[in-house]
Design a protein around this ligand. Structure first.
Ligand SMILES: [Zn+2]
Length: 481
């Protein structure tokens, strides 16, 4: 067996999930403690070295239990969401490749030769890696090599098979049960969607989400509820129209009629209705100058009303109507990813002429939903819609300070103070945080304790492995590691 010396200093650095070359990283990434004079054994095997590389510290706040700095809801760790998608939502590839035969009418023998070849290759790989789903399988070295070195046809055929497998979905009752295990802290819209899933899981437990919510009767029910809301908003707009000068009133009336038709007579399969309606009114009311100053005010009021038209972010019916036809897995992915802990660029990444850095000094942590909603808005505008944000940002700072003090989070000692001024600038002084709960002395002590415990554990693990290797494991002639 290959024996490699392990350098403990190297272990910390390699563990660091952040880029090593970040400036000033050295000054705070490694707890400043002395290494034990005799660290473990002098050398450990390569396999054990790999297990040793796991760190006792967390290096990424997306792997902490945190509350969203905007809505304040408890977010799901990134790895939890990934694992949920990989292991709960998507079937292992060897099962999905069987299921596409029945559920997607994929008859292998009737396929062209290149497809049969691709299928037999990937099926074989899937059988060798029974715990991997199709996406994971595609990332293995053997499969990516195969895709790189074979014909374009093979490349495309595997892509096609992957897409077919991605559409194979579990039953609604299984999915509901698994989502419940995540103890999701949903916002209102998502919670309403989830309650609907629970309700239908009792009625059609073994069907999948997409099949249930695209049944004509059920889809019509949600469409009707959505239309009622849309029409109610349009009625509010209609009441404002007579207050415009006649020429604008005429244009707006026209836009109203077209909008009514879009919402009530177009097929439910046609998308982007809401945006088209907003655009219709924007065009009707845009030509300047208005005859009377009041025209501008009424036009603004109308546009504001239209912004409150239901969409899949703020209305459960719209969510169900939009995502059910896109397949169960996509439906679940959108729902669960809204709970995910994501990096939020305080100074946005893509704001024209004013790009924020991709660096932890520019990050706070928002749930997927709030992050998506913020886009590149200035925080002062965003806070107008989310007045609870300054308070919830402070709560998140306190949570992270606490993780640092407990010695759980490494590499973030300077973060609480680094993030102060970006937050202040971006919010025009609306988010002023205090970091007095940060206690770096305590953090260092706690990290030292954690590290010592960890080294003890590894030592213990090492010794146990040695016993295994020289003990009954070998005597009984079982396969060597
Ligand atoms: Zn949020």
């Amino acid at each position: 067996m290959k024996i490699l010396p392990v350098n403990l200093n190297l272990v910390y650095k390699r563990n660091n999930s952040q880029r090593i070359n970040e400036q000033n990283q050295q000054s705070y990434n490694v707890p400043s403690i002395k290494m034990p004079t005799q660290p473990l054994t002098d050398t450990i095997s390569f396999k054990r070295a790999v297990s040793f590389l796991k760190s006792p510290f967390i290096h990424d706040p997306r792997e902490l239990e945190l509350h969203c700095a905007c809505c304040g809801n408890l977010m799901l760790k990134n790895s939890v969401v990934q694992e949920f998608m990989d292991k709960k939502v998507y079937y292992p590839a060897h099962i999905a490749l069987e299921k596409i035969k029945h559920e997607q009418n994929f008859r292998v023998k009737e396929q062209p030769g290149y497809m049969q070849k691709a299928y037999s290759f990937i099926k074989n790989e899937a059988n060798k890696n029974k715990n991997l789903n199709m996406d994971e399988l595609m990332q293995t070295e053997r499969v990516s090599n195969y895709r790189r070195t074979n014909s374009k046809e093979q490349y495309q055929a595997l892509g096609e098979l992957r897409n077919k497998c991605r559409n194979i979905s579990r039953s609604i009752s299984y999915i509901v049960e698994e989502i419940e295990k995540l103890k999701p802290d949903f916002q209102n819209t998502e919670d309403t969607v989830f309650q609907e899933l629970r309700r239908y899981a009792k009625i059609y437990p073994s069907e999948n989400i997409s099949n249930i919510f695209t049944k004509p009767g059920i889809r019509a029910h949600y469409m009707k509820k959505l239309q009622d809301k849309q029409n109610a908003k349009l009625n509010k707009v209609a009441q404002l129209i007579p207050q415009l000068s006649p020429q604008y009133a005429k244009r707006a009336k026209n836009a109203y009629k077209q909008s009514y038709d879009i919402f009530n007579y177009e097929s439910s399969d046609i998308m982007h209705k809401r945006q088209r309606v907003i655009d219709l009114f924007a065009r009707a009311l845009e030509p300047m100058p208005f005859e009377q100053p009041s025209d501008r005010q009424i036009a603004d009021l109308i546009m504001k009303k239209l912004e409150t038209l239901p969409d899949s972010k703020n209305d459960a019916n719209a969510f169900i109507v939009k995502y059910a036809p896109r397949g169960s897995n996509n439906f679940v992915e959108v729902l669960v990813k809204r709970l995910r802990n994501t990096k939020e660029h305080v100074k946005p990444q893509h704001r024209f002429g004013d790009n924020g850095e991709s660096d932890k000094k520019n990050y706070i942590y928002l749930c997927g939903k709030c992050n998506h909603e913020r886009m590149t808005q200035k925080y002062d505008d965003f806070i107008a819609k989310h007045p609870q944000m300054p308070e919830n940002t402070q709560k998140q700072i306190d949570e992270i300070c606490d993780y640092i003090n407990q010695g759980k989070l490494a590499d973030y000692d300077t973060w609480p103070n680094d993030i102060k001024s970006p937050l202040g600038e971006e919010s025009e002084g609306l988010i002023i945080i205090d970091t007095k709960s940060l206690d770096l002395k305590k953090a260092k002590e706690n990290r030292k304790i954690k590290l010592e415990e960890y080294i003890e554990q590894q030592k213990h693990f090492s010794e146990k492995q040695d016993t295994l290797m020289t003990g009954p494991y070998r005597r009984h002639g079982r396969k060597k590691a």
